[in-house]
Design a protein around this ligand. Structure first.
Ligand code: ACO
Length: 431
């Protein structure tokens, strides 16, 4: 927590209350309202937390107006271009870029935790074959607390560390197995001679009957997708992880809660919804009709992959993703891809439309990621599991930071009650 930088005066009725203010290293100042109820007997009202800082944090910073995203101070475009996912994991978890030796040790640690407890395959087999892979992931990650008892004590720093590594290492295996199960193919075990992204691609796409060679350009694109999704400050799923953890819940239960939250179409589920929307639009000539619907107040349709709670400018991740989409489609020789054509034209039209300009609705990270994943051969149902896999390190970093905070309190929002006041029970025969 930074030192107090000023005081805000709140006047209501005949009361005047002084509230401390703090200046962050970047971003707007905050007013500390923690003592407000005790001093003034009032609550603040902020559904959707649009003006509320729920925590202090030193991990990720977003300037939504500028379209800037920093991890531990490093801009996301530099990390996407020069770094790779496991190095970014190290940076998020420990706060600094690793030395060569530190990186080697970390990579080897993660690589050596990629296998799942053999008994876990029976858990997978208990699901229906047509289960959504996100449903499988919520269940399997939650069940890790039943398999890895030796890393559930949140008060033991060693156990916290082991749980962190296990989650980051095993998530690709869990996501790949959730996929293999739904298509009726044998589970593919991880291979320690492959890097994180190549290992995931192999576990998804290889079969025992044939050799499988990972295309390094696709592995690089996969790694970049992981990097671009690694963390995003106090978003809905991260806040869910923090809220679950504030009660002292074990790490596997907390991350399962984060996965459940990420699933929704307004959050991580948007990448699946976006590609489905682009396919539904089908051809460029249909775009004006969908733009009309998106602007119609009486139509619930929204342009998926557009708009963001925090970014009121281009999502910096979308820029890198767009470039990656071009590279991957080029490599795979997918020219004249109709979906990509629709996406590019839709982006152009929306960016020139006064409705989208006024509301500052720009493409977000999900607008292009689906096109890349589709070209790589992933079904739409795998898009959100891949997001969950990548975001695990962000959730874990925020979870660790929260547990290290001496001011940690159980999260317990208040409410503006609008229901009936106290009344007497009426016997059923008198109603
Ligand atoms: N299409 C059409 N109109 C939109 C869209 C959209 N995609 N997004 C917002 N609007 C409009 C709203 O109707 C609203 O209009 P109004 O002021 O006339 O009522 C205005 O823009 C503000 O929208 P809010 O919903 O208040 O913005 P909020 O910050 O709450 O929502 C959200 C952000 C949920 C991301 C929203 O933009 C949306 O639903 N986008 C589509 C889903 C999506 O792509 N989600 C991915 C987010 S990124 C991520 O999770 C990785």
């Amino acid at each position: 927590m930074t030192n107090q930088s000023g005081t805000a005066k709140l006047t209501f009725g005949d009361q005047e209350i002084d509230l401390p203010m703090y200046s962050p290293t970047a971003g707007p100042d905050v007013i500390d309202i923690r003592k407000l109820y005790a001093q003034g007997h009032v609550f603040t009202y902020d559904p959707g937390f649009t003006s509320t800082a729920s925590t202090d944090s030193a991990i990720t910073f977003i300037d939504g107006d500028k379209g800037e995203l920093l991890h531990r101070g490093f801009p996301i475009d530099q990390l996407a271009e020069k770094s790779h996912f496991l190095e970014v994991c190290y940076l998020l978890l420990y706060g600094e870029l690793p030395s060569g030796d530190q990186l080697e040790t970390f990579e080897s640690l993660v690589t050596n935790h990629t296998m799942l407890h053999e008994q876990m395959q029976f858990l997978f087999r208990g699901f229906r074959r047509d289960a959504h892979p996100m449903a499988v992931m919520v269940g399997v990650v939650g069940a890790m607390s039943a398999f890895y008892h030796d890393s559930t004590d949140i008060n033991d720093p060693h156990q916290r560390e082991v749980a962190s590594i296990r989650l980051i290492a095993k998530m690709p295996t869990i996501a790949a197995w959730a996929y293999k199960y739904t298509i009726g193919q044998p589970f593919v075990y991880p291979r320690n001679d492959l890097d994180y992204a190549s290992n995931f691609l192999r576990m998804c796409f290889s079969v025992p009957a044939e050799d499988y060679e990972v295309n390094p350009i696709l592995a690089r694109a996969m790694d970049r997708i992981f990097t671009l999704h690694a963390d995003h400050e106090q978003n809905a799923s991260t806040s869910t992880v923090r809220l679950a953890s504030s009660s002292g819940a074990n790490p596997f239960a907390c991350i399962a809660a984060g996965i459940a939250c990420l699933w929704g179409p307004a959050h991580g589920g948007a990448n699946q919804a976006c590609l489905e929307m682009l396919r539904e639009i089908g051809t460029v000539d249909q775009i004006p009709e969908y733009i009309r619907r998106a602007k119609d107040k009486d139509d619930p349709f929204r342009l998926m992959g557009f708009g963001h709670r925090v970014y009121k400018n281009f999502d910096p991740r979308a820029k890198v993703m767009k470039q990656s989409a071009d590279e991957v489609l080029d490599l795979l020789g997918i020219e004249n891809n109709e979906t990509l054509k629709v996406a590019k034209e839709l982006e152009k039209i929306a960016l020139e439309d006064p409705y989208f300009i006024e509301k500052k609705l720009y493409p977000n990270v999900d607008f292009y990621s689906g096109i890349i994943l589709d070209a790589m051969g992933f079904p739409t149902s795998m898009f959100t599991p891949i997001f969950a896999l990548a975001r695990t390190v962000g959730w874990i970093s925020q979870w660790k930071e929260q547990l290290a905070d001496p001011q940690l309190k159980i999260g317990r929002p208040r409410q503006l009650y609008c229901g009936p006041t106290a009344r007497d029970y009426i016997d059923v025969e008198d109603r």
